[in-house]
Design a protein around this ligand. Structure first.
Ligand code: ZN
Length: 504
């Protein structure tokens, strides 16, 4: 519990509220207003806080301390407004099983609060003078930085004067909540520009850790971050720069399990990933949760940006590609190479498109492609497709089924390799060409032969509630086809892992 209060802190009541039978230690810190600072006589203090961010950051710190030190409870109260000499300005209390972690946690909390929570102190001196004092902690040594508290009006003065922004638009940005999926070459610059513009809440989702080969394009990280989790390190770095934004790290992979819940907490989703499975998951979850999404992809010197906005004519990814392309049909940065400024340009464009959406401007129509080596832009006039399997008039994708993103499609061979196996409850369909089947029949397995090409036709030899197990030579074609059939409205189609090879 982190609280700001204009009235005196009741330390006794706070302490009593933390009593519990399993507690072996209680440590508290009280910060009092003293009468001198740097040789000058202080007569009065004023504290001013940016309340929403202070409370959110303060709560984060208490949560971190509880996790890190295994505390039973941790609380902090901070005064704001005018304080007299001797008044208690801040109170920190921790309760734990043993004294060691209680001492350490109390110290940790007070140091982090001083460093991270946006609270400014104005000292009034006996000579009538006054000054703002921000106490920051650097490497354990207290340094006093004299600085006026920065106001939002000062920070955003140069963008508020744009007629398309104005104070009303700035207020919209402050209420905006953007989720960035992927803290890489696109996500880092996007996060910086969104935070710098004053977007109120930014979530950063990435399960990866920083690698030395990332640093030339992932500009939120430095050499000291190698090996650290990207989402958390990105948030640590960026929140020290922009205290007016609330940042939430999600150090996990975006999956069918967490996507909808994460999307519901945000207004706009930025796809800053480099793999098809996550892009299509973002696409489907955005359409299903009625959130706008800004997609970007890069390949060597080229990149593209596309915006999906629900309720408009902007297309989603599946309007153009109803079926997800095979995951390995495009090479990634690791294989193809990239100059860091290229994702920098496209990440900044994603931030720009998100800011425009938050400001209520129309979404970028179609697809914008840009070859940055030749400087040649190209606009592709994509339109929403009525037959799109997710945003069309009769959608077949109604939930984020893991099978649509390559997971949960494979059926393993168990005991069927003896030549007499059956897959209970499945109708097995051999999708290989007749020549292949002649060369290697499915030994002892009852199956129907329907070549893959037959599934390209409009009418399919399947029923929507049937359970089918597709089989090919090695399990690749069957997996691709199973995913496509799922997207076309056949939810119980699976792929035999390893194909005919696995049965031998
Ligand atoms: Zn669509």
């Amino acid at each position: 519990m982190f609280a700001l209060s204009t009235s005196p802190i009741d330390a006794r009541a706070l302490q009593d509220a933390m009593r519990r039978p399993e507690a072996g230690a209680f440590v508290c810190f009280e910060g009092w207003v003293r009468n001198t600072n740097e040789g000058r006589t202080v007569t009065l203090l004023e504290y001013e806080a940016f309340e929403a961010v202070a409370c959110s950051e303060g709560s984060h710190i208490l949560h971190e301390a509880r996790e890190r030190f295994g505390l039973l409870d941790a609380r902090c109260a901070h005064r704001v407004g005018a304080l007299a000499i001797g008044d208690m300005a801040v109170w920190v209390g921790v309760v734990s099983g043993h004294r060691g972690e209680a001492f350490a946690a109390c110290r940790y909390i007070i140091d982090e609060v001083k460093k991270r929570v946006p609270i400014w102190k104005k000292e009034h001196y006996s000579d009538g003078d006054s000054g703002w004092v921000n106490c920051e902690c650097h490497c354990g040594a207290e340094v006093h930085v004299h600085a006026e508290p920065v106001t939002e009006a000062q920070l955003y003065a140069r963008q508020v004067c744009l007629p398309e922004v104005s104070q009303e638009g700035q207020d919209r940005l402050r209420r905006g909540r953007v989720l960035i999926v992927g803290a890489g070459g696109l996500g880092c610059p996007a996060a910086l520009y969104l935070a710098a513009a004053g977007v109120g809440e930014i979530g950063i989702c990435d399960s990866d850790t920083v690698d030395a080969s990332n640093l030339h394009r992932q500009i939120l990280f430095g050499i000291q971050d190698i090996g650290a989790p990207k989402a958390e390190r990105a948030v640590d770095r960026i929140k020290s720069m922009y205290p007016f934004t609330i940042f939430t790290p999600y150090p996990e992979r975006l999956t069918d399990k967490n996507a909808m819940e994460m999307f519901c907490k945000h207004d706009i989703i930025l796809d800053c990933t480099d793999n098809f499975e996550v892009k299509f998951l973002i696409n489907d979850a955005a359409v299903l949760s009625k959130k706008s999404a800004v997609f970007a992809s890069i390949y060597q010197w080229e990149g593209q940006v596309q915006v999906y906005q629900p309720g408009t004519e902007t297309p989603c990814l599946r309007c153009q590609w109803p079926d997800m392309p095979e995951p390995d049909c495009v090479r990634t940065c690791a294989e193809a190479g990239v100059l860091g400024a290229v994702p920098g340009v496209f990440g900044a464009m994603q931030a720009l498109e998100a800011l425009k959406l938050l400001l209520g401007r129309p979404a970028l129509p179609g697809l914008l492609l840009f070859d940055l080596l030749s400087g040649q832009p190209h606009r592709a006039g994509l339109k929403r497709s009525a037959s799109c399997p997710v945003c069309g008039t009769n959608p077949t994708i109604r939930s984020v089924d893991p099978a649509n993103y390559g997971d949960g499609l494979d059926v393993e061979v168990e005991g069927a390799g003896e030549g007499n196996g059956t897959f209970d409850g499945f109708e097995v369909i051999d999708i290989r060409e007749p020549q292949e089947i002649r060369e290697r029949p499915l030994a002892g397995l009852k199956s129907t032969a329907i070549p893959a090409s037959r599934f390209e036709q409009d009418s399919l030899p399947l029923s929507t509630d049937g359970r089918y197990l597709l089989c090919c030579a090695h399990g690749a074609r069957s997996k691709y086809l199973a995913r496509r059939l799922r997207a076309r409205g056949y939810p119980h189609v699976f792929s035999l892992k390893g194909g005919a090879e696995a049965l031998v």
